[in-house]
Design a protein around this ligand. Structure first.
Ligand SMILES: [Zn+2]
Ligand SMILES: [Zn+2]
Length: 449
């Protein structure tokens, strides 16, 4: 063992710990940086809340975040960041090169709101209306992306104030269209990756992100290693039968009956074909369209649904099983099917790199304290997964439900009654800032005994 390492080990052992200080950490006074982050998190908290409220009152739909983009550009330029805009339509990338050498770390916030009319009575309530899928709709930050932007702007301001001591480069990614794009458009994380946010200089080697959730109470920080949020693939099955009179079904091939068998058959994929001891999967048919009248057997039936998995191998198996099950049930009655999977949305599994998660766990423990919890798997999807397919990434959840309050009062994401306890946002700021700096400095590694 080298003498330096042995010295630091014995020093730590003397404190009763079993921590090994990484070499990079020795060169940087990480404790001082951590203390400064926590102190600056207090000072930026009012502006985190103010930015969040402004953005809450001015929500914009996916791929239409034009004013949001301008707002972010103005704020980030004023803080001294190198700013690029117009990425993946309205995305913004802001870079700050620290005064000390070190790795490049990316942090991501999403930007878009949802076609939801707000029902929460707030002084900064959204009254914005827009057009979605040809319909006039209310627009609301019902998924909390306003808070994510407020948090990341707060983190940006902290780093701007400690630029000289920062041992690396931060690359902030403000991403449009996390909720999906309007029909026929590209967008979101997939397009950000395609346009090179992870491959252009400065090239990040890890990425961190978070989502606020009313599922967790204020003060709670939730994480999970491995598959954390599900993949989401839409699917469509068109059953081609043969039209006939409802009184004489033997003259045709009834796509309504065959479609119904397929709906039930697809349920046997989850219950009989997948190894659920490995991870859960979900197959849901949410739409069944066929026919125009009670006594006419139509030519075709269309089923639409969603597939969820937490493991990329099981995700692929789901695709194969849906295709095989639908085709063979149809064939049994002389019908044919067209199966399309992932045409409208295909999000991979949000997979927290186990090594990165283990490496950052001491940071999460320190920042979250007694509020750190292990998250259950979440069957909702997140396009943060596209970044994680390229580089190791860690995505965590921050609680924003007042302790003791019900989920009725603090409704879940996407509800018109989605409400945020803003006193929870500072934990999000501290989490992203500390993950970044600890990663750059080389986090302590826990040695198994
Ligand atoms: Zn959402
Ligand atoms: Zn969201």
């Amino acid at each position: 063992m080298n003498p330096k390492l042995s010295k630091s080990l014995s020093l730590l052992a003397a404190c009763g710990g079993v921590l090994l200080s990484a070499a990079a950490q020795a060169q940087t006074n990480v404790a001082a940086l951590q203390a400064k982050i926590d102190q600056l998190a207090d000072t930026v908290e009012p502006e985190v809340i103010a930015n969040r409220r402004y953005l809450h009152q001015h929500p914009e739909l996916s791929n239409r975040e034009f004013e949001t983009e301008k707002y972010l550009v103005k704020k980030l330029k004023a803080m001294g960041y190198e700013v690029q805009s117009g990425i993946a339509h309205t995305g913004v990338v802001a870079v700050l090169r620290g005064g000390k050498p070190g790795p490049v770390v990316a942090l991501r916030s999403d930007m878009d709101a949802l076609p939801v009319a707000e029902e929460v009575d707030l002084p900064f309530k959204s009254t914005v209306r827009s057009t979605y899928d040809g319909k006039d709709v209310g627009v609301m930050h019902a998924c909390g992306h306003d808070a994510h932007m407020g948090i990341l702007l707060g983190v940006a301001h902290i780093f701007a104030q400690m630029k000289d001591e920062l041992p690396g480069t931060v690359k902030l990614i403000f991403q449009p269209a996390e909720e999906g794009t309007p029909k026929g458009e590209e967008g979101g994380a997939k397009l950000m990756v395609k346009e090179g946010v992870l491959t252009s200089a400065p090239q990040p080697e890890a990425i961190f992100g978070l989502h606020i959730m009313t599922k967790f109470e204020t003060g709670q920080l939730a994480y999970r290693a491995g598959g954390t949020m599900a993949s989401a693939d839409d699917f469509t099955v068109v059953v081609h039968g043969k039209q006939t009179h409802g009184a004489m079904p033997w003259n045709g091939i009834d796509p309504v009956v065959i479609g119904s068998q397929i709906v039930l058959g697809l349920q046997t994929i989850t219950s009989r074909q997948m190894d659920l001891t490995k991870a859960p999967v979900v197959v849901t048919v949410g739409k069944f369209d066929s026919g125009v009248r009670n006594n006419i057997i139509p030519d075709s039936a269309t089923l639409k649904g969603t597939l969820r998995a937490l493991d990329e191998g099981m995700r692929q198996q789901l695709h194969d099983d849906v295709q095989r099950t639908a085709s063979n049930i149809a064939a049994a009655s002389g019908a044919t099917v067209d199966v399309d999977i992932g045409q409208e949305s295909a999000y991979p599994v949000t997979y927290n790199d186990p090594k990165l998660t283990a490496r950052m766990l001491p940071t999460l423990r320190r920042v979250g304290g007694a509020g750190l919890v292990e998250s259950p798997v979440i069957m909702g999807a997140e396009d943060f997964s596209f970044y994680q397919q390229q580089i190791p990434g860690l995505f965590v959840f921050v609680g924003v439900r007042k302790p003791g309050a019900s989920l009725d009062e603090y409704a879940p994401n996407h509800s018109p009654r989605f409400k945020v306890d803003e006193s929870g946002l500072k934990l999000g700021v501290r989490t992203l800032a500390n993950l970044t700096v600890d990663y750059m400095a080389g986090t302590p590694v826990v040695i198994a005994q």
